[in-house]
Design a protein around this ligand. Structure first.
Ligand code: ATP
Length: 296
């Protein structure tokens, strides 16, 4: 018997997630005999729900929520035997993973993707014993995302992150960084390091324009310079998908990285506060099968 689990974070997406529950159940009932609905109440719930679904050999897990809920669901599904298929309805602010997979931003349209039963294998990142689907970030600009309030997110959308990031640029000093990757070791002073799995970072799809969701690679960007004329040049490059060739950016791709610094730094994992450096991260190639629109 095919079973599906629907994990909903009722607090996500301006608290309207539950409005889509009935439609989601109806759609999943077309292809599954049983649909179980689980509502999250706090951090960690979605991980446990997804783990249970994997243990009980559910065919499908669908998450409705922001990137936090999707990240947790993935943490419950990655590296499990016969992981269920994974689908999601993005209800957050940046929704980078949805952008990368071409999943519509409108919840009703995103739900229709689940009708098609069309899935593709997608890479997942592993950092120590945690999993991520979007990005690792190190530096004060990355830390500024914790300061964005839910009110700012509702008012400004992804721009809220830009505003806090720009504030963090003031008085920013570089940190020493060492990154071991497939092509060698990069050592130097940096203001920001991003390890992206997909093309979309901070709501900007042109960030790592050439990145594919299953190319088996991390796309590493290190910001080496931060004076005003340099920043001014970076912005158009960012929006034109040319960041990797900007002089102030060190770019390389690698299926694993080992990152350390002489300073006490914390890595941001998919927008949430993560672990202290040093860390190792690797790509789990084609780790999960995810529902996407048929044309992608
Ligand atoms: N019922 C709940 N009430 C409040 N917080 C919850 C509840 N269930 C889960 N959470 C927590 O809310 C966090 C953020 O949720 P999520 O990312 O899904 O939505 P969001 O904040 O609207 O999205 P975004 O961060 O993209 O704006 C989750 O990681 C989880 O820790």
């Amino acid at each position: 018997m095919k079973k599906a689990m629907l994990i909903i974070n009722p607090s996500s997406g301006k608290e309207e997630a539950l409005d889509y529950k009935e439609d989601a159940v109806k759609i999943l009932n077309q292809t599954h005999e049983e649909v179980i609905v689980k509502l999250t109440e706090k951090e960690g719930d979605a991980i446990e729900f997804a783990k249970t679904a994997a243990d009980q050999q559910f065919e499908t897990v669908v998450a409705m929520g922001g990137d936090g809920t999707i990240n947790e669901s993935i943490n419950g599904l990655a590296e499990r035997k016969n992981s269920p298929l994974f689908g999601f309805v993005p209800l957050g602010t940046a929704n980078d993973f949805a952008r990368a997979l071409n999943i519509p931003k409108k919840p009703k349209e995103a739900l229709r993707v689940l009708e098609t039963t069309h899935t593709i294998p997608v890479d997942i990142g592993k950092i120590n014993n945690r999993y991520f689907m979007n990005v690792l970030a190190v530096g004060a600009i990355a830390e500024s995302v914790y300061k964005v309030t839910p009110e700012e997110k509702s008012k400004f959308g992804p721009l809220a992150y830009f505003i806090e990031g720009a504030k963090a640029l003031n008085n920013e000093t570089p940190f020493d960084l060492q990154v071991k990757h497939e092509g060698g070791i990069w050592k130097g002073d940096a203001y920001l390091m991003l390890v992206a799995l997909t093309n979309s970072v901070g709501g900007i799809e042109s960030f790592a324009e050439h990145a594919e969701v299953n190319d088996g690679a991390f796309h590493v960007f290190i910001l080496k310079e931060l004076s005003l004329p340099h920043v001014v040049k970076i912005i158009p490059d960012l929006f034109q998908g040319k960041l990797q060739s900007n002089d102030q950016i060190e770019y390389f791709s690698s299926s694993s990285v080992e990152v350390s610094s002489g300073q006490n730094l914390v890595v941001n994992i998919d927008g949430d506060e993560g672990i202290h450096l040093p860390f190792k991260a690797e790509v789990l190639h084609n780790e999960l099968n995810i529902f996407v629109p048929s044309e992608k």
